[in-house]
Design a protein around this ligand. Sequence first.
Ligand SMILES: NC(=O)c1ccc[n+]([C@@H]2O[C@H](COP(=O)([O-])OP(=O)(O)OC[C@H]3O[C@@H](n4cnc5c(N)ncnc54)[C@H](O)[C@@H]3O)[C@@H](O)[C@H]2O)c1
Length: 369
Amino acid sequence: MPSSSQPIRIGIIGAGAVSDYHHVPGIRLDSRCVLAAVCDTSEELLAKRKGEWGVERVTTDPLEICRGDDVDAVVIATPNFTHRAIAVEAANHGKHVMCEKPLGLNGADVQDMYDAARRNKVVHMTAFTYRFAPAMRYLSHLLKGGSLGVPRHFRSQRFLDWAETSWGWRQYKATAGAGDLFDMTIHRLDFAMDLCGPLARVCGAVARFAPRDKTKEGKECPPSEVDDWSALIGEFRDGAVGVWEGTTLAKGYHRNGFGHEWAEINGAEGSAVYQLHEPNTILLGKTGDDLHAVPVPSEFLSPLGSPRNPTEGEPATVFRYDLMWEFVSAIVEGREAVPSFRDGLNAQLVADAVLVSHEERRWVDLELE
Ligand SMILES: NC(=O)c1ccc[n+]([C@@H]2O[C@H](COP(=O)([O-])OP(=O)(O)OC[C@H]3O[C@@H](n4cnc5c(N)ncnc54)[C@H](O)[C@@H]3O)[C@@H](O)[C@H]2O)c1
């Protein structure tokens, strides 16, 4: 651990899309940390990232980063099946860990990660991005402050219009675990439980429509084994109910790649809606009223103390940089990160239960921490 005047040295493991889109811009914005090392199993990508990200120390071996003394914290942004082993190794070597969602392939994987992080007393964080959207922050503030009354219904729609070609590692059970459910719906399970508390039981279903047996270049590949549609209904422990639907096959919902996202709370006193494509506006309504747009107040546009200027950049992109601000703040302030591995575990257990519910055609009870 560096002294307070030295920046936190971050090692990125997995130099693919999400590291480039979320994590490296987040590090660049934050003078309290530096990008100290990058690992990827692709030598070609590493060579490219060296120039693009301006980093000297690169390796193809994740264990070198986990065990080395030139890094204080790691970001794990590799395919899902690799998260557990890397996170446990990093925590066992005293590194703080932010790991991408889903944390693992199943609850047992994630329990190991959570146990290792707690045992080694490191900061642990799950990269549940949409908790950081300004409209979501404001919605959470309104609900938790009582302005909407007791939450009764939660509703989430995540509709994407994606190509039906191969998803690479994302379309096989051994490397991804599940499809839309673990990739997209899991974020919505997390923020629903942040708003309404733990789920008590769920009844879910998944479906696969696209064969995905060709790459976008037209090369043949083994077909998809995972869902491209997932849905569930659920009962929260505190009495609210929820409904979720997600798909990557919603033609006509492209919206510049951001798709359609609608997440809504109907409370006893009012309703509020977050939408990804307009993250700096919330829809609000009281009884007898129509839902109407309200700008998110400035104090919710970026985290307290963050140097990010919320008027710069594409609004549906730039809030993602706040993940890094939270991770580094938790390290510097010596506190738990939010969302933590506990949140990642709870969301994973619910997603696992959706698969059981689908297989066994029944409601599944949950006992979350
Ligand atoms: N939080 C979010 O909103 C969000 C968005 C996109 C992706 N993700 C998650 O981030 C993770 C990565 O997704 P992506 O879209 O960046 O994938 P990607 O395929 O673009 O990148 C993954 C990278 O990891 C590398 N890699 C594979 N195995 C490795 C290993 N053992 N050690 C080091 N590097 C390895 C690959 O070469 C590749 O460059 C996934 O878990 C995904 O679910 C989260």
